[in-house]
Design a protein around this ligand. Structure first.
Ligand code: KIV
Ligand code: ZN
Length: 552
């Protein structure tokens, strides 16, 4: 890297807009959306999608509710042209979906593009040419006037061919490509020159798409550029101002959101942000960001996992684990304190006392987008007792008493730490079973009988102690008190039952019961024991023996 970067790089000039209004606004409704997955996203793939993959992804976009879909660059290749024809001839686009096609300002390309649209119900013809100083100087070697002429000629060639699309409702779109790196005044001039040709009206608007082709500045600068255009362009009411951001500086979503505040009506982007270099804007993030503020985005991502599956299959791309909303790990907490807070928040939400979602660490309810609560908590060595308890309860219905959670949490953490990886719910249950339920030495139960007389219970327990048969008998005000008494009768050091709880594991007659018992010894030590049996009395006796075994 440069020691003095200012010798190589320069700051981006701000827009002169001292009375900018966008910082004081809030978003209250969703924009119009246009997916450019099948064009901008596709052109950025090492192996572009074939026709059947494009059809698959197109159907998914339609299912998500997109009404404007840039389906390709039909003049660019036979595959692109053929895809357009299949969509139209096989009536794959619902009548309310606009098929958008991109074209440069060249006659033969415009010819082919118009041809590709014959028979379409609704089409958007999208003309672009690049306008920034670097593009003018390096790529086109053209003056500003010449660049305007390119745009105007392209606009005329399209206008002159519209008669060939009889029966097709056509909307025209123009993009001064590299808009965000273009002087705003010149971007306005070239756009107005195109408007002069297309003559949009408030009833028959054209789309003016203002691309952040390469993200070259902070998102507030893009917002200023959008507000400047909205305030300074002629006949603003005849335009649908559209945003098209890329993500070179990692702020494509922010630039789009601020651009909407600045007055734009429409947003172009892709699923999961696929696109050239660092990608296009991720439409899902912007839509669900609106949703989390209670605004209907007008798009349906309630099956986001399925959308991701189609996207990955068709594009060959992988959604990063931390991708907002869609990533594998975004509804997962590893830290114990987060897990604890989420558990409490979810319990409060289920209790119905809060009118609005306000669960710590979860911006939206994962269930709303087809993700599951059970994904929320996983356990690794960073997890606390809350995560461990949550998994045992949510996956197996094991409701550990609070004190037992405190005892088992560190035991589980140590075991997970030794493994050095995340563990599943099933593995946690196995650890729990090994530590508690399967502890049968020195004491194990062979038989237990009770009889009650006058409110007193007598018990006779057949046990083994390190494999050797042992009988004991005792009396008390309940079976457990009788058992404890029986132990003192054989000279076992005194202990008492400090806590007891039990519940059914599952339902039905054959359902097992699980008992949790805390055994407290005369020397102050206490240990939890757990017993499982279809007979609740036997489950409790096993829990006492387990507590003694764990103290041994
Ligand atoms: O990023 C861009 O500028 C584009 C245009 C063709 C709209 O994709
Ligand atoms: Zn683009």
């Amino acid at each position: 890297m440069q020691k003095e970067p200012s010798k190589k790089y320069r700051p981006f000039p701000p827009v002169d807009l001292p009375d900018r209004e966008w910082p004081g606004r809030v978003l209250t409704r969703a924009p119009r959306w246009c997916s450019v997955d099948l064009r901008d996203g596709n052109q950025a793939l090492a192996v572009p999608m074939n026709v059947s993959q494009k059809l698959d992804l197109f159907q998914t976009l339609v299912n998500c509710g997109f009404k404007e879909i840039e389906v390709g660059f039909p003049s660019a290749s036979n595959t692109e042209f053929a895809f357009n024809r299949r969509l139209i001839e096989e009536h794959r686009a619902p009548d309310d979906v606009w098929l958008q096609v991109l074209v440069q300002a060249r006659e033969e390309l415009i010819e082919r593009t118009v041809e590709s649209l014959h028979g379409a119900k609704r089409a958007i013809i999208h003309l672009y040419n690049s306008t920034s100083p670097a593009q003018r100087r390096v790529v086109f070697r053209m003056s500003k006037d010449q660049i305007i002429q390119v745009a105007v000629r392209g606009a005329q060639m399209i206008r002159d061919r519209l008669g060939r699309l009889e029966g097709t409702e056509v909307t025209l779109q123009y993009s001064p490509e590299s808009f965000s790196a273009t002087e705003v005044g010149f971007a306005r001039d070239v756009s107005e020159a195109v408007m002069e040709v297309w003559q949009p009206t408030p009833e028959r608007k054209m789309i003016l798409n203002l691309p952040d082709t390469v993200e070259v500045a902070m998102p507030n600068v893009y917002a200023d550029q959008i507000e400047w255009i909205c305030r300074n362009i002629r006949n603003r009411d005849s335009l649908i101002v559209s945003l098209h951001t890329h993500n070179d500086r990692g702020t494509g979503v922010a630039a789009t959101e601020l651009g909407l505040l600045a007055g734009a009506d429409r947003v172009e982007g892709t699923l999961f942000g696929n696109g050239e270099r660092t990608g296009n804007l991720d439409l899902i993030t912007v839509a669900l960001n609106l949703y989390m503020h209670g605004i209907d985005p007008g798009l349906d991502f309630s099956q986001l996992n399925a959308v991701r599956e189609v996207y990955e299959r068709c594009t060959g791309m992988t959604v990063p684990a931390r991708q907002p909303y869609g990533g594998e790990l975004v509804f997962t907490a590893f830290s114990g304190s987060h897990q604890d807070a989420i558990k409490k928040g979810l319990a409060e939400w289920k209790g119905g006392t809060q009118p609005h979602w306000d669960v710590p660490y979860l911006t939206i309810d994962p269930a709303d987008i087809g993700r599951e609560y059970r994904e929320v908590i996983r356990v690794n060595s960073q997890s606390g007792k809350g995560g461990v308890a949550y998994l045992l309860e949510s996956e197996f219905g094991i409701e550990l008493p609070k004190d037992l959670q405190r005892e088992f949490g560190p035991i589980a953490n140590d075991a997970v730490d030794r493994l050095g990886r995340e563990v599943s719910g099933a593995e946690l249950k196995e650890m729990f079973w090994k530590e508690y339920v399967q502890r049968e030495t020195p004491w194990a139960l062979a038989g237990f009988e009770t009889e009650s007389r006058n409110g007193r219970v007598r018990c006779r327990a057949t046990l083994t102690r390190d494999g050797a048969p042992t009988e004991l008998a005792g009396e008390g005000n309940g079976p457990l008190a009788a058992l404890v008494h029986g132990f003192t009768e054989i000279g076992f050091p005194r202990f008492e039952i400090a806590s007891y709880s039990e519940h059914a594991l599952g339902t039905g007659e054959e359902a097992a019961a699980i008992a949790y018992i805390q055994v407290k010894h005369a020397d102050g030590r206490s240990r939890w024991g757990v017993g499982v049996d279809t007979n609740i009395e036997l489950a409790s006796v096993k829990a006492v023996l387990c507590g003694l075994n764990r103290s041994a």
